[in-house]
Design a protein around this ligand. Structure first.
Ligand code: MLT
Length: 411
């Protein structure tokens, strides 16, 4: 008799974004005339930039000729992309990575969940609340938790509330934890952590022999100087942190798929018997066993992001989205809606008008304004009463959405 993984049954609801899509589709079918504006899931809308497209085409042409055709590539990624990442993404930050510390993959969503393969089940996990739901749900699926309570907190996970009161930066836990998920610039709140704030977490992790899983998927959207783009800008982080980065939002790769994970060689964890093992070696073993690498044309396309031309073009697209963020933030704030984020991240986190629940606001926004956002409570109990708007829409839609919300809820 085949036994199912019963931990999946503990999950309270469907994954957030498909659930939103389901509700929106139901509404759209009932109201085919409605011009729905989607600012829910953080999915890019601008096309790939020309430098990326050219590199992509060239690589496909290489695959079409016997003399340049390539079969399996290195599971860790091609040297040309790893070198570009070292030199263009990390060296300018003063972070000197070895090629063997960078692992190219097909997405940070997969990596932030796959990384759990190399950690024991008995680790105590700390997760921010609200949070990108993948960190929470994959720990439930792995069997690291008990059931959820009535608020939606799973037994065994240490939740770190991130609220307006603490500036959306979690307090250090008051009980020992072993794995800590941090995401800055933050999804969903759109806020950032300063170097000193990250340094406190690095100090905590070093002191408690814990590992930080640092999701930096939105670092390219930082506009203010002095905000760290990588946790490795904090000395000592190479001994206690794994970092995830993605081309998805940075370069419009949500449908192309390319990301990277950094696992420093200095990073170790203990076995139950006390032996220290290299997490870099375990991740390398995991990837070479379970993953066959990202396709050659995609890696050429990703490397083109770091060419002078590609980077300039990508920066322009990022500026476009950040202008959307400004329009949303300033437009709603001028209408008396309290907004956070949107300065160094493509998300605006707003307080629902009149203290409405997040899902009530979702439904009313959809029904009355035909605008889709993401209910804050879908990211965790501390997100209740908040709502997330994504800045990845096209300009005319973003402006129309802000107008519709202002005319319905503005002061
Ligand atoms: C989001 O909307 O939070 C993101 O698009 C989800 C993701 O990157 O997987």
């Amino acid at each position: 008799m085949a036994l199912a993984n019963e931990h999946y049954l503990k999950l309270k609801a469907g994954y957030l974004f498909p659930e939103i899509a389901r509700r929106v589709n139901t509404f759209a079918q009932a109201h085919p005339e409605a011009r729905i504006i989607r600012l829910g899931i953080g999915d890019v809308t601008r096309p790939l930039v020309p430098a990326v497209v050219e590199a992509f085409h060239r690589a496909v042409d290489e695959m079409a000729r016997a003399e340049t055709f390539r079969g399996y590539g290195p599971e860790q990624g091609y040297d040309f992309l790893i070198e570009a990442i070292r030199e263009r993404a990390y060296a300018p930050l003063g972070v000197d990575l070895r090629p063997s510390e960078i692992f190219v993959s097909d997405g940070s969503k997969c990596d932030t969940s796959n990384i759990l393969d190399i950690f024991g089940l008995d680790n105590r996990v700390a997760i921010c609340d609200p949070v990108y739901p993948v960190y929470n749900d994959t720990n439930v699926m792995a069997g690291r938790t008990g059931p959820a309570d009535e608020r939606g907190y799973y037994q065994g996970i240490v939740y770190l509330p991130c609220t307006a009161e603490n500036g959306f930066i979690p307090e250090l836990p008051d009980e020992p934890v072993d794995l800590i998920y941090l995401c800055y610039p933050n999804n969903p709140t759109g806020t950032v952590a300063t170097r000193d704030q990250l340094a406190r977490w690095v100090e905590y992790a070093l002191e408690h022999d814990a590992v930080i899983l640092f999701d930096a998927a939105y670092e390219a959207f930082i506009t203010e100087p002095g905000i760290p783009h990588s946790i490795y800008e904090v000395p000592g982080a190479e001994r206690c942190a794994i970092e995830f980065r993605s081309f998805s939002k940075t370069a419009g790769f949500t449908g192309v798929r390319c990301a990277l994970t950094v696992v420093p060689e200095a990073l170790t964890a203990r076995t139950p018997s006390g032996e220290r093992v290299s997490l870099n070696k375990l991740w390398n073993r995991r990837q070479s066993t379970k993953f066959n690498g990202v396709s050659y044309p995609v890696q050429r396309a990703a490397a083109a992001v770091y060419s002078d031309e590609g980077w300039e073009q990508v920066r322009r697209e990022i500026a476009y989205y950040m202008e959307n963020a400004r329009i949303i933030r300033e437009g709603l704030a001028a209408a008396g809606i309290t907004c956070y984020g949107g300065v160094n991240a493509p998300y605006i986190w707003l307080k629902t008008p009149g203290g409405m629940s997040s899902w009530d606001f979702f439904d009313r926004l959809l029904e009355e304004c035909h605008v889709v956002g993401t209910p804050g409570s879908g990211f965790g109990p501390s997100g209740e009463g908040y709502f997330r708007l994504s800045a990845f829409g096209d300009r005319a839609n973003v402006e129309a959405a802000v107008d519709r919300i202002r005319s319905r809820w503005g002061r």
